[in-house]
Ligand binder design. Sequence first.
Ligand SMILES: Nc1ncnc2c1ncn2[C@@H]1O[C@H](COP(=O)(O)OP(=O)(O)OP(=O)(O)O)[C@@H](O)[C@H]1O
Ligand SMILES: [Mg+2]
Length: 298
Amino acid sequence: MRAIARSPEASLPHAALTGVTKCFASASAGTELHALGPIDLELRRGEVFSVVGPSGCGKSTLLELLAGLAPCSEGRIEFEGQPVEGRVPDGIGVVFQEDASFAWLTVRNNIAFGLRHIGLDRQEIEARTQQALAFTGLSGFADAYPAQLSGGMRQRVCIARTLVLQPRLILLDEPFGALDEQTRLLMGDEVLRLWRETGATILLITHSLDEAAMLSNRVGVMSARPGRFIDVIETGWPRDRDSRIAALPAFGTITARLWDRLREESIKAMRQAEPGALQAPLDTPSQHQATTNQRAGF
Ligand SMILES: Nc1ncnc2c1ncn2[C@@H]1O[C@H](COP(=O)(O)OP(=O)(O)OP(=O)(O)O)[C@@H](O)[C@H]1O
Ligand SMILES: [Mg+2]
């Protein structure tokens, strides 16, 4: 029998975080805010890994560290076997939580900005820009300025601006937060299509348990601050999937498990922010659990 040759990279994690923590100087003099960690996480090459966790648990901080935009307090981060430190490594593309479109450039020029920066020829820039405009449904607004668009459309400009660079690891921080539910589902399908075509690895931060369950190979659930992974759920979906898997019983089982793990942490996070908040007992069955169970046919 012939041995199958595998490149050494194929067996390496695409990105790895080992013992990563982040502390910030706190507003009160001399104290520190322990925002994140310790985190150990290996992203597999070509997977979609979603992160869900309570507000303020450190999700955006995790993304900034992995993108090389801020240093870890402790631990080590590697992308494609190289340490990540001090700058966004080649091959990583980031879509931020807030609208980061350039107000002074048209949609077309926003999308082409990074391509010009890396010195591609005009034809290639034009082709990739047209493709990204079509992908994000913005072809009719190519010559508009961000101020003339809705919040959801501006977010799509930011998504397009990152995707044209064809990153091998795409970090998405709540990219669909400003979109309406229908556009969210369709963009989710488009991201899956793009993922299948490019083979990129995707790290997606989302507040939507449905979105996490639908798009991911694995979903990591984070605790209240300091955020640590308290569960990682394998969805087991086939590579060729789309939003219609939301109708499967297994989908309801996954979202129910996600909420089960997340509910207590979300209450803790609210109490961290406001000590008197949510005094109800932690074991009351939630509305979300009831709906997901119903959908799962329990
Ligand atoms: N540059 C900073 N300086 C000081 N504290 C910070 C800084 N960035 C984040 N924090 C704090 O770190 C904690 C985690 O913030 P982060 O933005 O990572 O949370 P998050 O999980 O992304 O929240 P959300 O779901 O609301 O977007 C918060 O308490 C926040 O106040
Ligand atoms: Mg955030």
